[in-house]
Design a protein around this ligand. Structure first.
Ligand code: SF4
Length: 446
């Protein structure tokens, strides 16, 4: 039975330490009761409290981890419908399908593509997360050989075993039982056998049914068989059906705490047409898909999907920021130009990228403005002449350079006069308004 906020409060430490992000333990208890927080956020909750709070403390969508080690992916464990209500916690996983018929060279190419899929975007490493080995014709030996190829060729990459035939799953899981794979899938026809394998091997299990009613019934049935870590597939494959089903599942879990649908969702975006596949995978990413399977790793496709995912799963209440520092770009020397910008990640990476493009070694002073962009920080009074002057004085940058010239962003040209007053002996130069004008600007000075 669900506990009230006050009942939950009785079991919290009552120190109001704020480590959970809430001002008081009572406020946190209210959020727990409303399923808008997870007990994990309180580092001081006792083991007794965890036990007693049980279901009340559990997030409405169960968190499932696939794989082990540093490449393991966690999906689910979400507490809100819309990102602005709090944030989305665990980005959806992208998995690439390798068919049993691709055993050998074709599989090797895909494995290599997964291993080299990592991109660096605004300071975060993004990559394809998992491989879904897919049985087509019930050839258990071939299926198992591809599983082995994946285990050997991509150590640590989480594996999804895709077959409706229990004997085929057993053949495949023999090579990866210690790697916490996800089994796909239990159906109305094979549920007992699949649940048995999942329990024995401590694997997660997807349940697949056509439609939400059948899915609810199957989820309850498999849970009753003792499998806790479930993933749902309602059979929706068209964009319209996916949005409808995934939204209903999410709403039922979050708003009604409806346990049979309180699990992550898997979908197969796999299409022969890459553009169509990308569109479907994007829709799944935007609307509550937790695991999205695609056919292959094409650089353009993954750039689009990983960037979209990064944007959706960025905490809207915390601007992305980099550390305040004086950054060296290229082989900067004491006579190299010195520019200043704010510590909003996008500002930093865009400016830095353009300075690198210019091939003019430079110093980049990045000032902590709580992650605000230049104009916003200026408008908020956090990028003023006084504050910039104080930062320059405290930064120790004068030890690195022999000149006293500071280049400020063109958007805050209005600060140049006041800055020269606050930084006696310094020349303030107004740089370009847009970062993409920096290479021309810097080369003209070199
Ligand atoms: S972290 Fe725990 S002890 Fe601290 S305020 Fe939150 S609920 Fe209370």
């Amino acid at each position: 039975m669900a506990l009230s906020g006050v009942e939950i409060f009785k079991h919290l430490p009552k120190t109001n330490c704020k480590k959970c992000g809430h001002p008081t333990c009572l406020a946190f208890a209210m959020k727990l009761a409303a399923k808008q927080a997870s007990l994990d956020a309180c580092p001081d909750a006792s083991e007794d409290a965890k036990k007693i709070l049980g279901e009340s403390a559990a997030p409405p969508i169960r968190g499932i981890t696939i794989g082990t080690g540093d490449k393991a992916v966690k999906v689910g464990d979400e507490i809100c419908l819309f990102r602005h209500e709090k944030k989305f916690f665990n980005p959806n996983a992208f998995a690439v399908a390798i068919k049993a018929s691709e055993a050998g060279d074709a599989a090797a190419k895909k494995i290599e593509a997964v291993k080299t899929s990592e991109i660096d975007r605004v300071g975060q490493k993004l990559r394809v997360d998992a491989i879904a080995v897919t049985d087509e014709g019930g050839d258990a030996a071939k299926f198992a050989s591809v599983v082995k190829q994946v285990v050997d060729g991509a150590p640590g990459v989480p594996i999804i075993l895709v077959s409706k035939i229990p004997a085929t799953i057993e053949a495949g899981i023999a090579h990866c039982a210690d790697k916490k794979p996800l089994i796909y899938a239990a159906t109305a026809e094979n549920a007992e056998a699949m649940a048995k394998i999942a329990k024995e091997k401590k694997a997660s299990l997807a349940v697949a049914a056509e439609g939400l009613d059948a899915l609810t019934a199957l989820s309850e049935k498999v849970k009753a068989m003792g499998v806790d870590d479930l993933v749902l597939d309602s059979g929706a494959r068209k964009a319209k059906d996916m949005i409808e089903h995934f939204t209903i599942i999410r709403r039922a879990a979050i708003k009604k705490n409806f346990k049979p649908l309180g699990y992550p969702v898997i979908t197969f975006a796999t299409r022969d047409n890459s553009v169509a596949e990308t569109m479907i995978a994007a829709i799944a990413t935007m609307k509550y898909g937790s695991i999205v399977v695609v056919n292959n790793v094409e650089k353009w496709k993954m750039l689009a999907l990983l960037s979209l995912r990064q944007n959706i799963y960025t905490d809207p209440q915390v601007p992305m920021q980099v550390a305040q520092n004086i950054y060296k770009v290229g082989d900067a020397k004491e006579n190299s130009p010195l520019m200043i910008t704010t510590n909003f990640s996008l500002s930093y990476f865009i400016v830095r990228g353009e300075v690198e493009n210019s091939k003019v070694p430079s110093w980049l002073a990045v000032m902590d403005n709580e992650g605000l962009s230049v104009l916003t920080a200026w408008a908020a009074g956090k990028f003023t002449a006084s504050k910039i002057a104080q930062f320059v004085a405290d930064s120790g940058v004068e030890k690195n350079i022999t000149h006293k010239e500071l280049i400020i962003p063109g958007y805050v040209a209005v600060l140049s006069g006041a800055l020269e007053e606050k930084l006696p002996g310094w020349k303030i130069t107004v740089g370009p308004r847009e970062a993409n004008q920096l290479p021309t600007f810097l080369k003209a000075r070199a």
